[in-house]
Design a protein around this ligand. Structure first.
Ligand SMILES: Nc1ncnc2c1ncn2[C@@H]1O[C@H](COP(=O)(O)OP(=O)(O)OP(=O)(O)O)[C@@H](O)[C@H]1O
Length: 303
């Protein structure tokens, strides 16, 4: 379990993480979402003790991570797949990590197999594609068979088969009872991966709920209706307190009425209806709406 309490990190005038409090529980994949610059990577670095918080605290399974010996046995992390010594082979890179964490050599070959890199284990990492480096980073995270796993943007550079594999891997790791926290700035990557969502914007917590709760709360359903008398239907819809707009194609778009209620309303007012379609906003749209006022990150601007 990860416990973050009132965590703040400032870099000069920039507040990267702002009084963040949350608990990440084992048993399901938690998606850590936020637009670019929201503070996701900073939070992960603070969890690993790579940066010092300005204030607040982080605990992993009840202890500060920096206080742990043989850290890879407690927490596995993929932060920056490119941050590896290019002159080493994948196998020697993992062997060095294993040795410094008192992990047996046989585990290196196990994790190489797990991530599909056995065939290239003797090749220099410098010649690896980004997707291969991501796989190597995941292998390093798995090396100590840790109960807690942190992944920062793990889908970068992976092909569709790789994305699918990673999703299944994360779900399996969580089902084994581990704590799995995965950051991304794309809801589309998370909606098929995570069962729980933590959303931040400008370092602040915006949402902390299950994917199902997020969807129920944020996804709006609208009814698109075509009628030869849009003026009359607009008046009728407003009279019952629902909202109505117009689509670019000239149909009416009604929010706040079910298709049944809208059809009945038109019928009782004698307004012909030619087409009635229910349309839901996507989770990606819901996420963008939720974070819209926390995205102020434009080139050349300071926060
Ligand atoms: N070492 C640092 N020095 C100064 N500012 C930093 C440092 N690290 C992060 N920041 C700033 O803190 C803010 C949060 O950055 P962070 O990388 O944590 O966001 P993020 O959510 O991971 O974004 P992305 O999705 O783009 O990776 C940004 O404004 C960033 O410029």
């Amino acid at each position: 379990m990860i416990e973050i309490r009132d965590l703040t990190k400032r870099y000069g005038r920039t507040t990267a993480v702002d009084r963040l409090t949350l608990t990440v529980r084992p048993g399901h994949v938690t998606g850590f979402l936020g637009p670019n610059g929201a503070g996701k990577s900073t939070t992960l670095r603070l969890l690993l003790g790579l940066h010092r918080p300005t204030s607040g605290s982080t605990l992993i399974d009840g202890q500060r991570f920096a206080a742990r010996r043989r850290g890879l046995r407690h927490v596995g992390a993929l932060l920056d797949a490119g941050d590896v010594h290019g002159g080493r082979s994948a196998r020697s890179h993992l062997r060095a990590l294993a040795a410094s964490n008192a992990i047996g050599r046989s585990r290196v070959d196990e994790v190489l197999g797990e991530v599909g890199l056995t065939g290239v284990a003797g090749r220099r990492i410098g010649g690896f594609s980004l997707g291969m480096k991501q796989r190597l980073g995941i292998a390093a995270a798995l090396l100590g068979d840790p109960p807690t796993l942190l992944f920062d943007e793990p889908f970068n550079g992976l092909d569709p088969a790789g994305v699918r594999w990673v999703r299944e891997l994360f779900r399996r790791l969580a089902a084994e009872g581990r704590t799995v926290l995965v950051s991304s700035h794309l809801m589309s990557e998370m909606e098929q991966t995570a069962q729980h969502l933590v959303v931040i914007g400008r370092g602040e917590l915006i949402a902390d709920e299950s994917l199902a709760e997020f969807a129920a709360r944020s996804v709006q359903t609208q009814v698109v209706v075509r009628t030869p008398d849009p003026a009359a239907l607009t008046v009728a819809v407003r009279e019952v307190g629902a909202d109505v707009g117009t689509t670019p194609e000239g149909a009416l778009m009604v929010t706040g009425l079910s298709p049944t209620a809208l059809g009945d309303l038109a019928f009782t007012r004698g307004i012909p209806v030619h087409e009635l379609i229910t349309r839901s906003t996507s989770l990606e749209e819901a996420f963008m709406n939720l974070t819209a006022d926390r995205v102020d990150y434009r080139a050349g601007e300071h926060r």
